[in-house]
Design a protein around this ligand. Structure first.
Ligand SMILES: Nc1ncnc2c1ncn2[C@@H]1O[C@H](COP(=O)(O)OP(=O)(O)OP(=O)(O)O)[C@@H](O)[C@H]1O
Ligand SMILES: [Mg+2]
Length: 162
């Protein structure tokens, strides 16, 4: 895996295969990159970022996968905004993200709920090929939402499918 770091210490861009292995690599790379940027593995920011990347990467390789196309992980440290921005881009444009009707017995439909609870902001942007699901996290612990509690409304809730 050749890791591209555009601006050392502030941005990482990595294309990964759209497979479960690629999704695991995205999570591991997030942990090691944030540790290198001064946010240790056992810290809350690193944990939260890994969890978010795991959910978004899992979605990219299951729902956003186009055969033969990679997905892309981008991490950007926006120190002037006290923010970590995470972007996961996949090749599928034709499917919108949607919250599933959550019944307690359901085994799926938790990923976006976790994203909404943990992220300071999140949304979906179109790109030339496919889309980018992005998440922003505050670097200051007191600015981050608590780990538990009721999901808050998302400022840019993805459009319903169809
Ligand atoms: N990257 C994506 N591309 C296309 N559709 C997506 C993408 N991410 C999510 N979706 C759609 O949004 C739905 C909800 O996503 P969510 O992550 O909440 O649940 P899930 O992936 O189905 O289950 P879980 O994450 O609990 O395993 C998905 O079932 C899928 O229809
Ligand atoms: Mg999911």
């Amino acid at each position: 895996m050749n890791v591209e770091i555009s601006t050392p210490g502030t941005e990482l861009v990595q294309r990964l295969t759209a497979t479960p292995h690629g999704a695991r690599q995205a999570r591991r790379l997030t942990g090691s990159t944030l540790a290198a940027w001064g946010h240790p593995y056992d810290g809350e920011l690193n944990h939260t970022a890994q969890l978010l990347v795991a959910e978004l990467a899992a979605n990219a390789v299951t729902h956003g996968r186009v055969p033969g196309r990679d997905f892309e992980l981008r991490l950007i440290l926006l120190r002037e905004r006290d923010t970590l921005r995470i972007e996961v881009s996949d090749a599928r444009k034709d499917r919108a993200l949607r919250f599933l009707d959550g019944r307690p017995e359901d085994e799926h439909g938790r990923g976006l709920v976790i994203v909404q609870v943990l992220a300071s902001l999140w949304g979906v942007s179109e790109r030339d090929v496919g889309k980018t699901v992005w998440v922003e996290l505050s670097l200051s612990p007191r600015q981050r939402p608590p780990r538990s509690g009721t999901p808050r409304p998302c400022p840019r809730t993805p459009a319903p499918e169809g």
